[in-house]
Design a protein around this ligand. Structure first.
Ligand SMILES: C[S@@+](CC[C@H](N)C(=O)[O-])C[C@H]1O[C@@H](n2cnc3c(N)ncnc32)[C@H](O)[C@@H]1O
Length: 392
C-alpha cells in the first residue's frame, strides 16, 4: 500500500501501530532514515516489547550510523528472545562496531598492567589515600581498581562508550569496590565538578594513548582535564609519552606500501593512494633496521596546552639499504622510575601494535649519513615525512 494511505490513517489515529510500522518500512526503503526512525520509535512507544518495532528501529539506527542506540535495541530484543541466533549475531556485530578489538589484548598485557599499577601505587602512597582520583577512560575499570587496591577511597572514573561503562560498573561491583569507585557513563569533557565528582582531582590517571600516541584524542582530553577537572599541582599518570622509531628496510612491508608493475601493467600511480600509517606486529614481520632508535615526538602530559608542532629530526643511518619508512612505537613515562615501552624487538602481544609510517616512495640510504625527516603532530596524528618528499 502507498505511503499516502498510511499517512491518512495516522492523521486519524497517530498511534496506529500497523500504520507506523508499515510507513516506517516504506520510508526506510526510500532511504528516508530519519523519518523511518521516528515511525519505529513511535511504534515502540505504543508497543514497548513489540519485536518488529524494536528490530526495525535497530536496523534503521544502523543505517543512520547510530550504532550505540542500535546496540541498545538489539540487546533489549535479544533479552526478550534469548534463543534467537540472528539477534545474538546482531548484538555481537554491533558490539564490535562500538568496542574496539584491542580492549581484550590490552587487558591481557601483563607488562602494561604491571607498569600502571606500580605508578599508581607510588603516587597514591605519596599523595595519600583520601585524595580525589579521576580515571579518564574506565574501560573495564582496571586502573581505578588498582588505585582502590592501593588504598584509595575516593575514585571517579568516566567512560564515553555506554556499553563499556555498563560493564565497568558491573566489574567494579563484582570486585567489591563500588563504595570507593564511581563509574560515570560520560565522556570526560561532559563531566561537571559538584555533580559527577565532589572536587577537582589531585591524581589524574588515564590510558588513552593509541599506538601512534594521539589518535584517541588525548590532547583535547588532557587540555580539558587540566582546565576544569584537576587541581593545580595534580599528579598526572602518565607524565609523558614519546613516539620512538627507526628506519626500516623490508620487502614484506614494501608490499603494503608501494606498488609498481602488476600482471604486466604499470600501476605505480596507485602508490599515491597508499595508507600513511599501517599497524604492524614488529616481531611477526621481516624487517631490517637501518638506524638506531630515535625519539620522534614527545608529549608532556603535565602541560595544560598543546600546540601543533613540526621540526626537522636527523636520523643517523647505520646500514646501507632502501628505506621503506619508519617503524614507530611508544615509550610511556608513568611516574618516577616507571616506564613502559612496546619495543618491536620484544613486545609481541598487547593492546598496542607498532606502526609503519611508509615514505611516499622507498628511499636509498647510505651508512654514515643522516636522513632528515619532518616530525611533529597536528594534535590528533603524528607527522613523519622525509624532508626530500616534503619539498618536492
Ligand atoms: C585504552 S582504553 C583503557 C581502559 C582502561 N583505563 C585500562 O587501562 O585498562 C581507553 C578507554 O577510554 C575511553 N575513553 C577515551 N577517551 C575518553 C574520554 N575523553 N572520556 C571518557 N572515556 C574515554 C575509551 O572508550 C576506552 O574505553
Amino acid at each position: 500500500m502507498a505511503i499516502g494511505y498510511w499517512n491518512d490513517m495516522l492523521a486519524i489515529k497517530p498511534d496506529h501501530l500497523v500504520a507506523l510500522l508499515e510507513k516506517g518500512a516504506l520510508v526506510l526503503k526510500r532511504g528516508e532514515t530519519d523519518e523511518a526512525i521516528r515511525c519505529f520509535e513511535a511504534a515502540a512507544i505504543v508497543s514497548p516489547d513489540n519485536p518488529l518495532a524494536l528490530n526495525n528501529l535497530a536496523v534503521a539506527l544502523v543505517q543512520a550510523s547510530r550504532h550505540h542506540e542500535a546496540l541498545d535495541h538489539f540487546r533489549r530484543l535479544a533479552g526478550l528472545q534469548p534463543e534467537n541466533i540472528m539477534l545474538q549475531h546482531q548484538v555481537r556485530r554491533q558490539t564490535s562496531r562500538v568496542v574496539p578489538f584491542w580492549h581484550i589484548p590490552m587487558l591481557n598485557d601483563v607488562h602494561r598492567n604491571a607498569a600502571f599499577e606500580e605508578a599508581i601505587k607510588k603516587v597514591v602512597a605519596a599523595r595519600g589515600t583520601s585524595v580525589q582520583i579521576l580515571d579518564i577512560g574506565a574501560g573495564s575499570g582496571l586502573l581505578s581498581m588498582m588505585a582502590a587496591r592501593a588504598g584509595a577511597t575516593n575514585i571517579v572514573t568516566c567512560e564515553a562508550v555506554p556499553v563499556i561503562a555498563e560493564i565497568a560498573k558491573r566489574i567494579v561491583a563484582q570486585n567489591g569496590f563500588s563504595d570507593r569507585i564511581a563509574v560515570v557513563d560520560k565522556i570526560s569533557t561532559d563531566l561537571v565538578i559538584g555533580r559527577d565528582m565532589g572536587a577537582r582531582a589531585d591524581i589524574l590517571v588515564s590510558e588513552i594513548l593509541s599506538s601512534d600516541l594521539l589518535a584517541e584524542d588525548v590532547l583535547n582530553t588532557f587540555e580539558d582535564a587540566h582546565a576544569r577537572l584537576t587541581n593545580e599541582g595534580a599528579t598526572i599518570i602518565p607524565r609523558a609519552a614519546t613516539a620512538v622509531g627507526c628506519l626500516v628496510e623490508s620487502n614484506v612491508l614494501n608490499q603494503y606500501a608501494f606498488v609498481e608493475e602488476v600482471s604486466g601493467f604499470d600501476v605505480s600511480e596507485f602508490t599515491q593512494l597508499a595508507a600513511n600509517r599501517l599497524p604492524v606486529h614488529g616481531t611477526m614481520t621481516e624487517w631490517k633496521r637501518l638506524s638506531p632508535d630515535v625519539d620522534l615526538q614527545k608529549i608532556d602530559l603535565t602541560q595544560s596546552k598543546y600546540a601543533e608542532e613540526m621540526r626537522i629530526v636527523e636520523i643517523p643511518v647505520i646500514s646501507d639499504g632502501i628505506a621503506t619508512g619508519i617503524v614507530q612505537w611508544i615509550k610511556i613515562d608513568l611516574a618516577e622510575g616507571v616506564e613502559f615501552v612496546n619495543h618491536p624487538d620484544n613486545y609481541s602481544d598487547g593492546g598496542w601494535l607498532q606502526i609503519l609510517h611508509p615514505f611516499p616512495r622507498p628511499i636509498q640510504v647510505e651508512s654514515g649519513t643522516a636522513l632528515q625527516i619532518i616530525a611533529g603532530h597536528d594534535r590528533s596524528s603524528l607527522i613523519l615525512m622525509p624532508l626530500s618528499s616534503a619539498r618536492n
